[in-house]
Design a protein around this ligand. Structure first.
Ligand code: IPE
Ligand code: IPE
Ligand code: MG
Length: 228
């Protein structure tokens, strides 16, 4: 596969469809989430190879707590295993981990694992992998506006400076898998002028070639930002 990226610096993905992937195979939903973690591994590697500076992945929303306790536990368990088992992989691929959302409110053992991983990968440079955990854009905006107000005027610049993504490049492309055409409370501010890309592929089936197809289409889009 030729590796090519037409100018995108920051791509975000709403990784949806794990449950349906499992259902199609008559497997429990957790099997879909496990397959989803495999897809994450492959796509993180591909994103680096394609020259992306940043990849933001929606892993657990602030609304996903509405799911049955067993599924929430399965997701947290997979998250913990991913963070621990992939530290070497992050080092090998020069991936710097970042976590966005209200992750400090998660269970203490998860918070400790995240803190360790953030520290261990802080010197890596090639790609920033931002994992959205207990993330909701409305919550992020409330936190950012509150912080901005505490410092003075609530301006667009002040809010932006307090977003969880403040130190990342502007969002270029937002991808959602599984055929759903909605944002589900993800990166509402950041997607103001992002290009949107929807695919029917379920997340566990999303391959580097699919990311390449999205980037190719991004390269053919004309971004106007309200101008001519
Ligand atoms: C996405 O897959 C993973 C998370 C939201 C954690 P889903 O679990 O939402 O899968 P579907 O949408 O039910 O197929
Ligand atoms: C969005 O998917 C959240 C993640 C991918 C983590 P959902 O499956 O939770 O979204 P809805 O419920 O279909 O809007
Ligand atoms: Mg879903």
């Amino acid at each position: 596969m030729t590796i090519q990226n037409q100018g995108a610096r920051h791509v975000a993905i709403i990784m949806d469809g794990n449950g349906r992937w499992a259902k199609k195979r008559l497997l429990p939903r957790v099997a879909g989430h496990k397959a989803g973690v495999e897809a994450v591994r492959t796509i993180v590697r591909a994103a680096g190879d394609m020259g992306l500076e940043a990849l933001t992945l929606y892993a657990f929303s602030s609304e996903n707590w509405k799911r049955p306790e067993e599924e929430v536990n399965d997701l947290m368990g997979l998250m913990k295993r991913f963070i621990v088992s992939d530290l070497d992989e992050f080092a090998a691929n020069d991936v710097k981990l970042k976590v966005i959302g209200d992750w400090r409110a998660l269970a203490p053992d998860v918070v400790a694992l995240i803190e360790n991983a953030l520290e261990r990968t802080s010197g890596n440079k090639r790609t920033t992998l931002a994992v959205a955990l207990n993330y909701g854009a409305q919550d992020e905006l409330v936190r950012a506006a509150t912080a901005a107000a505490a410092e003075g005027a609530i301006t667009a610049e002040a809010i932006e400076a307090h977003l969880d993504t403040a130190d990342m490049p502007p969002l270029d492309l937002l991808i959602r898998t599984s055929g759903e055409v909605r944002l589900s409370n993800f990166l509402l501010w950041q997607s103001a002028y992002a290009e949107l890309y929807f695919t029917d592929k379920l997340w566990p089936d999303f391959k580097p070639a699919d990311l390449q197809a999205a980037l190719d289409q991004f390269g053919r889009r004309e971004r106007r930002y309200g101008g001519l």
